[in-house]
Design a protein around this ligand. Structure first.
Ligand code: GDP
Ligand code: ZN
Length: 446
């Protein structure tokens, strides 16, 4: 699909700068380029040109680049004008371009056109925005890989395997007299198992990609006075959380963004988890539970005396939540800083007051946030992870009906739904609402 209108926007950041870039895309581009340059521009060549008003008045001088369709970012004719980075000049130039037949672009409209013209799939388009917004090196690298299609190719690989299985099962349904035998074929079960493994690998990678993108969410939990606020302050280097000796003072949830060597963490200090009659404190405890459910990492703060007992606080967490145990206040008993892995959790002995042992804690937090995930790590969004979880539900269902009832129709339907959920990631199946929500969060000019 090609649009019949032409869009224009200032693509460089607002404010004064050395260079400013204006971008134009659509059918009016060749005419606009010719009028500005005074002749037809050569494709993909930098022309040094005067940019003039209709009456000949000079607006600016700069570079004019013309990318004919379809070999351009949007897949349409694209014009890029690079002039001086003055907001006033750029604005005048933008108005001049609009007078020649362009209109102002909406946020993300260039990338939306690239998606609609098949230049990028939806996950790649989202990665463009994530790359621009990346807050860490690791996040930027991961977003770049997704933009290059690393994630999309894996989704596509899974989709191919899913379709192959669907075809296999649907063939069985078309020959009802043989259906029972067909579905008993161990190959089908084998394909389904392989698909499950492939999916759970991708889900794990996507979860890591989401953490690289958004930063990892750490919920700090523990009994009152364990040292949660002290820890938050020590990690964030601020005194935002109130540290007191009165048990139960942190009643609201405090959030702090901390960057550890380019990995971003969102730390939430929750109220002490304990039974209480004070309604204000009860509210805090309720929020602490809410925080735990949406966390990537549950960080339990305790001390040598209470550790075994406090472990109960980690008991009914979903398996996807990583567990860290900080045995705090080692300065009181000279226990010495150390760490070990024990019972699905990493245990770190340290002191929030003196800072001893906190480096090990920082290191483990970084690992959990996806640092060192190294080669191939790609960025992902919550929407992608949710879609993959949906695929898992449909696959489980297909597996169940095949094993329990050998109901080929039902299995095929479950696989069809799995395929649809998977297609939502790359945009094969999307609603206009979803597209609107995704592209409107872009910046203008992208
Ligand atoms: P919270 O209720 O879990 O947030 O605990 P706070 O951070 O408010 O700390 C409660 C008390 O324990 C305060 O008096 C802190 O100074 C003290 N505290 C926290 N961490 C340590 C530590 O590592 N060593 C010692 N000796 N005291 C600590
Ligand atoms: Zn506190």
């Amino acid at each position: 699909m090609t649009s019949n209108d032409t869009i224009a926007a200032i693509a460089s950041a607002p404010g004064a700068a050395g260079v400013g870039v204006l971008r134009v895309s659509g059918p009016a581009v060749p005419g606009i380029a010719c009028e500005l340059l005074g002749r037809d521009p050569e494709p993909r060549r930098a022309h040094f040109s005067a940019f003039r008003e209709r009456d000949g008045e000079l607006i600016d001088r700069g570079l004019l680049l013309y990318f004919p369709a379809p070999a351009s970012y949007t897949g349409e004719h694209v014009l890029e004008l690079q002039g001086h980075g003055s907001p006033v000049l750029l604005d005048t130039l933008l108005r001049r371009v609009c007078a020649m037949g362009a209109r102002l672009a909406r946020p993300g409209e260039f990338t939306e056109r690239a998606f609609l013209n098949g230049k990028l799939d939806l996950a790649q388009a989202e990665a463009v925005a994530d790359l621009i917004a990346a807050r860490s090196q690791a996040g930027a690298r991961a977003a770049l890989r997704s933009m290059e299609g690393v994630f999309s190719r894996k989704v596509h690989g899974l989709l191919q395997a899913l379709i192959a299985l669907r075809v296999h099962i649907e063939a069985a349904i078309d020959f009802p007299e043989e259906e029972i035998d067909f579905l008993a074929d161990p190959l089908i079960q084998h394909q389904l198992d392989a698909l499950g493994v492939q999916l759970s690998d991708l889900l794990r990678e996507a979860q890591r990609g989401m953490r690289l993108n958004d930063g990892v969410r750490v919920a700090i939990i523990g009994r009152p006075n364990a040292g949660k606020s002290s820890l938050l302050n020590a990690l964030s280097g601020s005194d935002r959380a109130i540290v007191t000796d009165i048990a139960g003072t942190t009643r609201d949830v405090l959030r702090e963004h901390v960057s550890l060597d380019g990995i971003s963490l969102e730390l939430a200090d929750t109220a002490g988890l304990r039974e209480t009659d004070d309604p204000v404190e009860q509210e805090g405890v309720r929020r602490a539970h809410g925080e735990l459910v949406r966390a990537d990492v549950a960080l339990l703060v305790t001390d040598a005396l209470h550790a075994e007992h406090d472990l109960a606080l980690l008991a009914d967490l979903p398996a996807s939540v990583e567990r860290l145990v900080l045995v705090n206040k080692i300065d009181l008993d000279q226990a010495g800083a150390r760490y070990e892995e024990r019972a699905n959790a990493i245990w770190v002995w340290a002191s929030a007051r003196t800072g001893e042992g906190l480096d090990a804690l920082r290191e483990h937090l970084k690992q959990l946030a996806g640092a060192g995930s190294g080669e191939g790590a790609f960025s992902a969004r919550r929407r992608h992870v949710l879609a993959l979880e949906q695929v898992a539900v449909h696959l489980d269902h297909a597996d169940h009906v095949l094993r329990a009832t050998r109901a080929g129709e039902l299995a095929a339907e479950a696989l069809r739904q799995a395929q649809q959920a998977l297609g939502e990631i790359t945009g094969t199946y999307t609603s206009d609402d979803l597209l609107g929500a995704i592209f409107s969060s872009f910046c203008i000019g992208k």
